[in-house]
Design a binder for this molecule. Structure first.
Ligand SMILES: Cc1cc2nc3c(=O)[nH]c(=O)nc-3n(C[C@H](O)[C@H](O)[C@H](O)COP(=O)(O)OP(=O)(O)OC[C@H]3O[C@@H](n4cnc5c(N)ncnc54)[C@H](O)[C@@H]3O)c2cc1C
Length: 373
C-alpha cells in the first residue's frame, strides 16, 4: 500500500526529489511539501539580486507549482515541531500532518539576539527574499540623501552584501552610500591570507570601510553599539553574523548536534528515528560535520532522493559521501568575482562570469520554465 512522504522545506537539498516526484507517485505513494512560500530562493545568487544583477524571478524555484503539477500537495505553512513517536508534524497554522517518512530541508537563520526593540531597517541576510525588500529600501533612501549602510559580520556573506550595495549606489548614480562593515575579529578570518587581502582590497578601493575587532553588542534602528561602548549611526543595517540550523529539532526533543542541527548518520537519517531524514544547513552530519554552504545541500540531493524512496519501500539506503573540497566564488559586485579552490585563487571578471555561468546552469536545471512571475 502507498505511504505518505512529507518534505519539510523545499530547499536546495530537496531539488532532485521534487523534480522526481512522479517516481514516488508512480510507486503509489502520496507526497506533501510544506514551505512558507510558493518559491525557494537560490542563496548563491541572492547578493546578485540585491545588487540588481538578477531579477527575483531569475533566482527562485516555483516549488508549489512544480509539486502540484506532478500530483503532490503543497501546504503554504511552516513546520513548528515534530511529534516523532506519533509520526506527526505540527504546522504554524495549527494543522497536524501525519507521515510515514519525512525529510527536513528547513535551512538556517541569522540570530537576532543583538537586535533591540526598535528593529526597523535591520535586515538579516536570510531569508534571501528579504534582500529584495532591503534593495528597494536602499534605493528609496539614496534617492533622497547619502545613506549610511552598515553590515554586521565579517564573513563571506558580509563581503558579498557590501560589494553589491556598492553596486546599487553605482547604478543609482547620485548620493553614493557610505558603507561600513563591522567584523568582531579579523575580516574573512576563515579564508587564506591571499583571499582575505584580495577581498579587502576590492572593498576598500571602493571606499567601503572595514572595521575589524569591532564586536557589536547591540543594534537598533539607526544605531550600532560596539562592545567597546563606541556608537555608530546607520540608516540601514544588515545582519550577517553567521547562521544557526532551524530550531525545529531542539523544540521537538530530537537528537541534535552541538549546533542544534538534526543529528544524522551517514544515510542522512536521524540517529533516533529511522523514518526522519534531512539535508542542507539544518542537519548535523555526525561522521564529518559540514560547512554551512549550499554546495553540500546540492551534493546531498541524489542520496536523499534514493534514501527517501528506499525508506518508503523498505529497501537498502545509500551513504552520503561528502566529496572533495569545494569551489567558492564570491560575487563582489561590479561584475567582479573572487574564486577559491584549495590553494588556487582567481579574481576579476572571469571569476564572476564563471560563477554566473554555474549559477544560471543550476537554475535552468531545476527552475520551472512555465513559471509565471
Ligand atoms: C548571502 C548569502 C550568500 C551565500 N552564497 C553562497 C554561495 O555562493 N555558495 C554556497 O555554497 N553557499 C552560499 N551560501 C550559504 C547557503 O545559503 C546555504 O548553505 C544554503 O542556503 C543551504 O541550503 P538549504 O536548502 O539547507 O537552506 P535554505 O536555502 O535556507 O532553504 C530552506 C528552505 O526551507 C524553508 N523553510 C524554512 N523554515 C521552514 C519551516 N519551519 N517549515 C517549512 N519550510 C521551511 C525556507 O523557506 C527555504 O525555502 C550563502 C549564504 C548567504 C546568507
Amino acid at each position: 500500500m502507498g505511504k505518505h512522504l512529507v518534505l519539510a522545506g523545499g530547499g536546495h537539498a530537496h531539488m532532485v526529489t521534487i523534480a522526481g516526484l512522479k517516481k514516488f507517485m508512480d510507486a503509489g505513494h502520496r507526497l506533501t511539501v510544506v514551505g512558507p512560500s510558493p518559491y525557494h530562493y537560490y542563496s548563491g545568487m541572492g547578493p546578485g539580486m540585491l545588487g540588481g544583477t538578477y531579477r527575483p524571478e531569475e533566482i527562485r524555484f516555483s516549488i508549489k507549482q512544480q509539486v502540484e503539477a506532478k500530483g503532490g500537495a503543497f501546504l503554504e505553512d511552516q513546520v513548528q515541531y515534530v511529534i516523532p513517536d506519533q509520526k506527526k508534524v505540527v504546522l504554524s497554522s495549527g494543522a497536524v500532518v501525519g507521515y510515514d517518512v519525512i525529510s527536513f530541508n528547513t535551512g538556517s537563520y541569522v540570530s537576532k539576539d543583538i537586535v533591540g526593540q526598535n528593529d526597523g531597517d535591520i535586515y538579516p541576510v536570510k531569508p534571501i527574499e528579504q534582500l529584495m525588500v532591503a534593495k528597494h529600501r536602499i534605493q528609496e533612501l539614496l534617492s533622497g540623501k547619502q545613506a549610511i549602510i552598515a553590515i554586521i559580520g565579517g564573513g563571506p556573506a558580509s563581503a558579498e552584501i557590501a560589494g553589491n550595495i556598492w553596486q546599487i549606489g553605482q547604478r543609482q548614480g547620485a548620493n553614493l552610500p557610505i558603507i561600513r562593515l563591522f567584523a568582531s575579529h579579523e575580516f574573512m578570518s576563515r579564508f587564506s591570507r591571499k583571499v582575505r587581502i584580495l577581498i579587502k582590497n576590492i572593498l576598500t578601493a571602493r571606499g567601503i570601510e572595514i572595521h575589524e575587532n569591532s564586536s557589536v553588542r547591540k543594534v537598533e534602528t539607526g544605531k550600532i553599539i560596539l562592545d567597546s561602548g563606541v556608537v555608530h549611526d546607520a540608516d540601514i543595517m544588515f545582519l550577517a553574523t553567521g547562521v544557526k540550523p532551524s530550531s525545529i529539532f531542539q523544540q521537538s526533543g530530537l537528537p541534535v548536534g552541538p549546533d542544534g542541527g538534526l543529528l544524522v548518520n551517514r544515510y542522512l537519517q536521524s540517529k533516533a528515528y529511522p523514518e526522519i531524514f534531512g539535508g542542507g544547513d539544518c542537519i548535523f552530519f555526525e561522521d564529518n560535520p559540514l560547512d554551512k554552504v549550499g554546495v553540500y545541500a546540492v551534493r546531498e540531493n541524489p542520496v536523499l532522493y534514493h534514501n527517501l524512496m528506499a525508506a518508503l519501500d523498505g529497501k537498502p539506503l545509500k551513504p552520503f559521501e561528502t566529496g572533495g573540497s569545494y569551489l567558492l566564488i564570491f560575487n563582489m559586485g561590479g561584475g567582479i568575482g573572487v574564486l577559491q579552490k584549495n590553494w588556487f585563487t582567481l579574481h576579476g571578471k572571469i571569476a564572476f562570469c564563471l560563477k554566473d555561468y554555474i549559477d544560471r546552469k543550476f537554475m535552468k536545471r531545476f527552475q520551472n520554465i512555465h513559471e509565471h512571475t
